[in-house]
Design a protein around this ligand. Structure first.
Ligand SMILES: Nc1ncnc2c1ncn2[C@@H]1O[C@H](COP(=O)(O)OP(=O)(O)O)[C@@H](O)[C@H]1O
Ligand SMILES: [Mg+2]
Length: 248
């Protein structure tokens, strides 16, 4: 990780819907190559933050910069895995993965090369000609992640991607994600309400409050990898974050 290069700079971000103040004057940075997890209670504005970053929502006040410039989706290569992730049911796996590359008008031989690469990375070789409805939940997740990495994003946004999955599958997919992150050095902002997941994945964790939402705590996660969720150090950090939150 190149130490001090700032990838994303969020300054005084405020977002209201009518009279409802959701994000209340939030500022933080994300470093180049960092894996940042953001945890916060349901309804605090996590999805709203990602939608603001990707310009689906206008900001009420403040600014979000990427590489020091206002976000520009034509210029900045951002992949966004939505909470309700989806594939195109009428396209085979390989075509799903190629779709975003074709939108970016990448030459067809490069499209094929990148599709082959990411399909191999997530182990979908045997399934490239399947349709999404012929796949299990875990396979679908792999298609979604492969599609995101195919565009070689400089910034990967993930909104509670594994929330609906059972725990053993979640662990497997988290490990695959970490391998891809390590290999590609992509900057990742990963939203979750699962504290264990945040401690397992992140270099740093932002803990949000309830609405109107501020950053309650920002903490560095120094645990060496691979991480052991049962180790004393892991459990200590997990408990610390849990105490910090007390949403219940
Ligand atoms: N497009 C919208 N219009 C009005 N209110 C919205 C809109 N999107 C989100 N909200 C409200 O903003 C708050 C934060 O929502 P959201 O960002 O989805 O929370 P989270 O992802 O943290 O669960 C909620 O109270 C939600 O109802
Ligand atoms: Mg959400």
């Amino acid at each position: 990780m190149s130490e001090d290069k700032i990838k994303v700079q969020v300054t005084n971000l405020t977002k209201k819907f009518g009279d409802l103040l959701v994000l209340d004057d939030i500022s933080f940075n994300v470093k180049q190559g960092e894996f940042l997890c953001i945890v916060g209670p349901t309804g605090c504005g996590k999805t709203t933050f990602l939608n603001s970053l990707t310009k689906l929502y206008d900001l009420t006040a403040g600014e979000i910069l990427i590489n020091g410039e206002p976000v520009n989706l034509k210029k900045h290569n951002i992949a966004y895995i939505l909470q309700e992730y989806s594939t195109f049911p009428w396209l085979k796996v390989e075509e799903n993965i190629k779709y975003g590359l074709r939108i970016k008008k990448i030459p067809e031989d490069e499209v094929q090369k990148r599709a082959d690469e990411v399909i191999a990375m997530v182990g979908l070789e045997e399934f490239r000609n399947y349709y999404p409805d012929q796949l299990s939940a875990s396979m679908l997740q792999r298609v979604v992640i492969a599609r995101a990495f195919a565009v070689q994003p400089e910034l990967l946004l993930m909104d509670e991607p594994y929330g609906q999955l059972d725990i053993s599958l979640r662990f497997r997919l988290e490990d695959e994600l970490l391998k891809l992150w390590e290999k590609t050095e992509t900057t990742v902002i990963f939203i979750t309400h699962n504290i264990e997941e945040a401690v397992y994945l992140s270099e740093r964790i932002l803990v949000l409050t309830n609405k109107p939402t501020k950053i309650k705590k920002e903490l560095l996660n120094p645990l060496p990898r691979p991480r052991d969720v049962t180790s004393k150090e892991f459990v200590e950090i997990r408990n610390y974050v849990t105490d910090l939150i007390k949403w219940w």
